[in-house]
Ligand binder design. Structure first.
Ligand SMILES: Nc1ncnc2c1ncn2[C@@H]1O[C@H](COP(=O)(O)OP(=O)(O)OP(=O)(O)O)[C@@H](O)[C@H]1O
Ligand SMILES: [Mg+2]
Length: 266
């Protein structure tokens, strides 16, 4: 049963400083965030404000100050319940498309018949039939990203952590993958934390959008999005509610981007 009180993901005063040879970089400061079970939250903000850093921390790949709780327990590292799609898609170069998608299922000991069914279905979803036996070096950026998404979806993690998952895709494929993600979310109500640069995408997909300030990043503003997502895409895009929120978020992101520029000015 869903726990309606305890958040699925909770960040309390999370901060991250990268140590470096030259100067330490404060990438993230005082970040509090609670994501409810089944909620879809997007993070938008200027380049370099710490969005990927936030995903790495929740993924358990990067230690940080403060507390990160999943199901009320402090995380100690990566876990199979949290599937991550990295901004740089990070495929295993020694495995084919099929091998990459099957990787997590193999590790979990899923029987071959079931594993193959899942892999073939996902290859269809990402439109890579005919490329099953290619290696990552033989694929375009958009194709690699689709494989990375399929590899994460294959394991059906309860939490999806997505770092600009559709950033390298052409417009058509991007729409198909957005609708696929939306369908998956409507069916399974996974908890999703997604970073995107695309405000329209964030409004189309999320229940809530958090805007981050320029580096050191902090969550500065948030917007709730109430839309009936079972309606067709075109209808949603034409609705007043959709366009109202999109304008609000766009203005907020622009404000932060301008602040980032003035900070970087000589
Ligand atoms: N390993 C690292 N060592 C030192 N500094 C780092 C490291 N990784 C990131 N940074 C710095 O931390 C800040 C936040 O980086 P991060 O990649 O989280 O930003 P981002 O919001 O994801 O940017 P983008 O939108 O361009 O992907 C940046 O200023 C970056 O230069
Ligand atoms: Mg990033």
């Amino acid at each position: 049963m869903r726990d309606l009180i305890r958040p699925k993901i909770e960040l309390r005063q999370v901060a991250k400083t990268y140590a470096s040879d030259r100067a330490a970089v404060l990438a993230l400061r005082n970040t509090d965030l609670a994501v409810a079970d089944g909620e879809f939250v997007s993070i938008v903000g200027p380049s370099g404000c710490g969005k990927s850093t936030l995903i790495y921390i929740v993924g358990g790949f990067l230690p940080a100050e403060g507390e990160v709780l999943v199901d009320g327990r402090a995380i100690t590292g990566p876990g199979t319940g949290r599937g991550v799609v990295f901004q740089e898609y990070a495929l295993f170069p020694w495995l084919t498309v099929r091998g990459n998608i099957a990787y997590g299922l193999d590790r979990q000991g899923v029987p071959a018949v079931q594993r193959n069914q899942t892999v073939e279905r996902l290859i269809g979803v990402i439109g890579l039939q005919g490329f099953e036996d290619r290696f990552p070096r033989e694929l375009s950026g958009g194709m690699k990203q689709r494989v990375a998404i399929a590899r994460t979806l294959a394991c059906e993690p309860a939490i999806l952590l997505l770092d600009e998952p559709f950033g390298a895709l052409d417009a058509q494929t991007r729409e198909i993958m957005q609708d696929e993600l939306l369908r998956l979310w409507l069916e399974s109500r996974k908890t999703v934390l997604m970073v995107t640069h695309d405000v329209t995408e964030a409004v189309y997909l999320s229940n809530r959008i958090c805007v981050m300030s320029a580096r050191p990043g902090r969550l500065v503003e948030e917007f709730r999005v109430e839309l009936d997502r079972t309606k067709p895409r075109e209808e949603i895009f034409l609705s007043d509610a959709f366009n109202r929120v999109r304008n609000q978020v766009w203005l907020s992101v622009r404000k932060q981007a301008l602040a980032a520029e003035s900070k970087n000015a000589p």
